[in-house]
Write a protein that binds this ligand. Sequence first.
Ligand SMILES: [Zn+2]
Length: 328
Amino acid sequence: MTHHLGGRAAIAVVLAAVAGFVGWTRCDAQPGKPAAEAFGSGRVNAISIDTVRAMGYLKQLCALGPRVSGSAGMGKQQELIEEHFKKLGATVTWQKFEARQRSRQAPVKMANIIVSFQPQAERRVILCTHYDTRPIADQEPDRRKWTEPFVSANDGTSGVALFMELGHHLKDMKLNVGVDLVFFDGEEYIFDPRPGADKYFFGSEHFAEQYQKNRPKHRYVAGVLFDLFAGANPKFAYEKNSLFLAGSVTQEIWATAKELNEPMFEARLGVEVLDDHLALNRVGIPTTDIIDLDYPHWHRLSDTPENVSGETMARVSRVVVTWLGRVK
Ligand SMILES: [Zn+2]
């Protein structure tokens, strides 16, 4: 995730303004109706995740050390993810590709992993997260600490842990849509953090290109991106691009939170974030970003399992899974 990127941010704003018009039109078509009513019944999927097990997965992933794209740690994580979801009976697909970072000499092997439940369903929802960790902890004031081992527990790991936990629940859930859990590689394979220097979002951009190019039989009707969401007491304002590019999905989820009396989701406009959801929105998959920009350990060595909350994971997933149960 990145924001305040000068030129790139300006591009995102223009895109948001154009595509946002469509999103708002769809919402406005039902004046006065809460978004939750517009997309489904009042059904509540009463899942409560096992927070101890979810935190266990988080610690297991962090114990692998950093999981930078193309590294040995990433390789171990990929094996762990594949084994976990195959055991649960899901279909695991690797989307392999190569990418070269601007500040690096050699290209590196990357892979998105797509875990499908009800793979035959043509209407599908994406729940996604990046699963690479940043090579440098560049929010550390002392520059010498940037290159110390950085496990990035909330940023790029909490989403993986939550999905591993959700796998236990998704496999038996009765839904109107199929679900793909998508793990994006190369979200922040960043060695030069200066604005406009290194490139973000290799994985999500590759995924979006393939979706557009291959025109698969299935259609993604909505997406939810989980990023930096699992700290203690997070606040989720509407992320600006999400609201403009994926207005309906965003409002549906926030309305579901309100209905469930979940105050972490605040119906107010937050700042704009450039993140993996932009590539998906560009190819017509309306995708919202659940992100807490005030996480104090962001890109610091203190982003460790102690600063991630199982309770937050449970509360966020209760909202999203209830929403998921209503998608038609
Ligand atoms: Zn990050």
